[in-house]
Design a protein around this ligand. Structure first.
Ligand code: B16
Ligand code: MG
Length: 217
């Protein structure tokens, strides 16, 4: 069967999770809400709007919609300021090798990200030509763990969900792949991503033989 390889963006292809964290931390600081790296795990793969709600819940802060809207704009402006100088050096180790291997083997590749800033990031890192389809936060109405983002991606690649392989660094994203009946590959800590079918610390741990097996199975 024809396979489809779907990549999450933040935390899988590039380490933008650290920039999201810095930008959210500023908002949290202003509101006197304690926001640690551990809390940040809750935001991975989660939409911008929902992320703010989670932070406000952590601090038991109730806010008017206009304040929320302002913080959302502020967070994104701050986040974008970290991306200004972004280039291919920010591609996470091992990612490029796997993308190149998939391309050489004529495998369809898609992006499945919750971010509304996905396209500029792919452009800046020079990875845009590797993607046959891009599905991001601008295209979906249901956030991960809803499988919508990955289902649309598989469809655009003319592949059945069960033949799609999803690389994800977030718990919500792994769950989305599983709920969508896809093969989930967790990138990160096994203790956090234990629901994934396969788990690797990062892409340098993924052998092209493993990819070959996924292609031929
Ligand atoms: P933006 P992914 C997600 O991207 C991030 O993991 C999450 O932390 C972020 O809040 C979300 O994108 C929205 O991003 O504010 O740029 O629209 O991991 O699904 O690629
Ligand atoms: Mg992610």
């Amino acid at each position: 069967n024809k396979k489809a390889f779907i990549f999450d963006l933040d935390g899988v292809i590039v380490d933008t999770a650290k920039y999201h964290y810095l930008a959210w931390q500023k908002i949290a600081n202003e509101l006197n809400i304690e926001f640690t790296l551990e809390h940040n795990e809750l935001l991975k793969g989660v939409s911008r709007v929902r992320s703010l709600d989670i932070i406000l819940e952590l601090g038991k802060v109730e806010a008017a919609q206009e304040d929320k809207d302002r913080w959302l704009v502020q967070k994104n402006e701050d986040y974008l300021s970290y991306l200004v100088d972004m280039d291919e050096s920010e591609i996470l180790p091992g990612v490029f090798t796997i993308l190149k291997f998939l391309k050489e083997n004529k495998q369809p590749i898609a992006l499945g990200s919750a971010s509304k800033n996905a396209r500029p990031i792919l452009e800046k890192t020079g990875l845009l030509p590797y993607f046959d389809a891009i599905v991001d936060g601008n295209d979906v109405s249901n956030a991960k763990p809803d499988p919508e983002v990955f289902l649309i991606a598989a469809k655009l690649l003319n592949t059945k969900p069960e033949d799609a392989i999803v690389f994800e660094d977030s718990v919500a994203g792994v769950q989305a792949a599983n709920i969508g009946n896809m093969t989930s590959v967790g990138i990160g800590e096994a203790a956090i991503l234990h629901e994934a079918k396969y788990i690797f610390e990062d892409f340098t741990e993924i052998d092209t033989n493993f990819i070959k097996e996924l292609i031929n199975n």
